[in-house]
Design a protein around this ligand. Structure first.
Ligand code: GDP
Ligand code: MG
Length: 683
């Protein structure tokens, strides 16, 4: 038996180049060898056959039957394959293990299985059972090759083996419903058909199969399942190859059409038999089945499909992710550097869609549950990679929008005539608009992302920037108002304080009220455009009043400084002492009552000091009052403000001091006057 014409290769598999049939070397592959090893070359072989990208557009067929019943011959005729056929002169085993060929001109994977009556491999029933199980589990169509005279002979027709295979097969399906598994077609080809009508043969075979099925020991949950739940049966005959050679060839040709012509009423590869394994996964799938058959593990086909799907989907997903990661990496640096990346969303969506499309293209053919689950995983993986980019983009957008907001506001506040509220509103709208557009651009459909929170943060920050700005503006405005008040107060205060009349304070306060009233009006008019709150208005007005009052007090202080007040007093005194009631300068004569005039002028003038000493109008309704320690907008002024004390211009000590200094002045005038009379007498 060692004289096989195939050479063992390194991995123990026979060479897939068949030296027969003349010129053309034809691809064949022994997928399971004598050592019961599954080939590692199936994937590349399928690729060479040009079926790698066929998706579901391919079929698998295999054959079952006793040895030397013309199985290989039949396959070669039907599919144009090149399986070894027994050499008539030697009558020895030809097919070892399981071989696969590609059907000529069709995406058909044809498997030729070692004959199954134990003779070809001696007593190795284990191998034949496994081979049969393997072909049943992996094929859409199992051709059961049988001679007419074998029909009805339980052992001769391998019905015993079929029973075992059905039993194991059913047991291994493990309660899975038939429709999950996919039906299988058993195509009975009755060879050397001579006499018995097909209907009779068909009836016999069907009854036999039915009996076998009923006799199966089924798992408890599958007690009621029927043969028809799993298998479709089709029967056909072929004439004797030698005795009716022409008829044989003609009918084989007819039969072969049923494998290729989809329009044929007897078309064999119905979609319902397809195992739904994408062509690029067939090798892995079959190897998995063989492993399970080999190790007597449960031959759970859906699980096999899932395992396969997991393996392939993971692979496909990893490839897609690798490319995707490269792309995502390109934008990480700019985002981390704080840049707003133009068109980031567009990029992210395109990377993501591209990866998903790649994944879908190859993975969607696999077990749908696994495919979808892995797709969800893939999406989650990508989204978690994109999420930092999205969040970074939002942060950068937030920052740049806020900067733009500040700039737009300051620009708007630069001119003279502006409405603060309008400026803020416009800047706000611009900023929110820019942010929203940018944030929406960065969104990726399907990702569970939000940008609204970031917008809320931005709004809060704009609010506080706006508030600060308003406070600054308000302060500026109050300063302006204060300056105006100062300017307007100066004249009236000087005028009225110069006169030193008893109604002096009434006049000063009246003027103050009027000026302050205008200032308040001016404030309120402007404040409207600032959108100030009531509270802010109250604070600002309080500040305006206090500052105005302080301005008044400063002016009064200036007008009552020692030198100034003394000069005022002197003026007052001189008016009365040195000039007569008509304003004519007096020339003193000895008869004049110098002492009397002097005393009166001096007393009258001294009376002014207490008047100046305290802000106190005659008309009590003019009295002004401010809350002490009033809150001020100017938080830097922490000094206590004690209004009543601001009414006091001179303390009692000061009043005395000024009185003394004035008297000294007045005395000088008196002495001068006295002297002048002496001098005039002396002349
Ligand atoms: P396998 O072992 O089942 O693959 O059978 P082979 O295809 O190798 O054929 C075994 C022998 O049967 C060969 O000598 C063939 O020429 C012969 N043979 C093939 N087909 C038929 C047939 O339809 N009728 C008969 N009587 N002999 C056949
Ligand atoms: Mg053979």
């Amino acid at each position: 038996q060692a004289t096989s014409n195939t050479l063992p290769t390194l991995n123990g598999h026979a060479s897939n180049v068949h030296p027969t049939s003349g010129s053309e070397a034809v691809d064949r592959l022994q997928i399971i060898n004598d050592e019961k090893q599954f080939t590692q070359d199936l994937t590349s072989q399928i690729e060479q056959w040009g079926m790698r990208d066929a998706g579901f557009d391919y079929n698998i067929v295999s054959v079952f039957g006793s040895q030397s019943t013309g199985k290989s011959t039949l396959l070669n005729r039907l599919f144009g394959t090149t399986f070894d056929v027994m050499d008539e002169s030697k009558r020895q085993q030809t097919t070892k293990g399981i071989w696969m060929c590609k059907g000529k001109g069709a995406n058909t994977m044809v498997m030729d299985v070692e004959g199954t009556d134990g003779r070809e491999r001696g007593e190795d029933q284990d191998f034949e059972r496994k081979s049969a199980l393997f072909s049943l589990a992996s094929s859409e169509v199992l051709i059961v090759n049988i001679w007419e005279h074998q029909v009805g002979l339980y052992n001769g027709a391998n019905m015993g083996l079929l029973k075992t295979v059905f039993e194991v097969n059913l047991g291994l399906f493990g309660g899975k419903k038939a429709q999950d598994v996919g039906r299988t077609l058993l195509l009975f080809v009755i060879r050397d058909h001579i006499q018995t009508p097909l209907e009779n043969l068909q009836a016999t075979l069907t009854t036999d199969l039915q009996r076998i099925w009923e006799g199966l020991s089924k798992p408890a949950e599958l007690q009621d399942c029927q043969l028809a739940d799993y298998f479709d049966l089709t029967f056909t005959t072929l004439p004797h190859k030698v005795l009716a050679a022409d008829k044989f060839e003609a009918e084989v040709k007819q039969l072969s059409k049923r494998f290729t012509d989809k329009e044929h009423p007897g078309y064999i590869f119905k979609p319902v038999y397809h195992k739904r394994i994408p062509a690029d996964g067939v090798a892995f799938y079959m190897e998995g089945i063989w492993e399970q058959v080999q190790s007597n593990k449960d031959l759970d086909l859906p699980t096999q499909q899932e395992l396969l799907a997991q393996f392939r989907c993971d692979e496909i997903s990893a490839t897609a992710v690798a490319e995707f990661n490269e792309q995502a990496k390109s934008q990480r640096r700019p985002i981390e550097a704080g840049r707003v990346v133009e068109g980031l969303g567009e990029m992210m969506r395109s990377w993501r869609n591209h990866a998903l499309a790649r994944y879908d293209k190859d993975a969607s053919r696999y077990h749908q549950g696994v495919y979808k689950r892995k797709r969800t995983d893939l999406t989650a993986t990508m989204d978690s990679t994109l999420s930092p980019l999205f969040l970074g983009q939002l942060k950068n957008l937030h920052k740049s929008c806020l900067v733009a907001f500040k700039k737009e506001m300051l620009d708007g506040l630069r001119g003279e005539d502006y409405s603060f509220a309008d400026v803020v509103l416009k800047a706000r709208q611009t900023c929110e608009g820019t942010f929203t557009v940018g944030a929406k651009e960065a969104l990726v459909e399907g990702a569970d992302w939000t940008w609204e929170d970031e917008l809320e943060l931005l709004k809060e920050e704009m609010e506080s920037v706006g508030n600060q700005c308003r406070k600054d503006e308000t302060k500026k405005m109050i300063n302006n108002i204060e300056r105006g008040v100062k300017k307007h107060l100066a004249g009236p205060v000087e005028l009225h304080l110069n006169k030193g009349s008893p109604l002096m304070w009434d006049n000063v306060l009246r003027a103050f009220r009027e000026i302050l009233g205008k200032a308040e009006e001016a404030y309120l008019a402007k404040a409207k455009a600032f959108n100030c709150t009531e509270e802010e208005n109250a604070l600002s007005l309080a500040a305006v009043r206090q500052r105005s009052w302080q301005a008044l007090r400063a002016k009064i202080d200036e007008q009552t400084a020692d030198a100034v007040i003394l000069s005022k007093l002197r003026g007052h005194f001189e008016e009365r002492f040195r000039y007569d009631e008509h304003g004519v300068p007096r020339v003193w004569t000895p008869e004049d009552d110098i002492d009397g005039v002097y005393k009166e002028a001096k007393d009258q003038t001294l009376d002014l000091i207490p008047l100046y000493a305290k802000i106190s109008p005659k008309d009590k309704s003019l009295e002004y009052s401010l809350p002490s320690s009033s809150d001020s907008l100017d938080s830097s002024s922490t000094e206590e403000f004690d209004f009543p004390s601001t009414l006091i211009i001179f303390s009692e000590v000061k009043v005395d001091e000024i009185g003394k200094r004035f008297r000294r002045d007045a005395d000088t005038h008196f002495v001068e006057a006295k002297r002048s009379t002496v001098a005039s007498i002396a002349q």
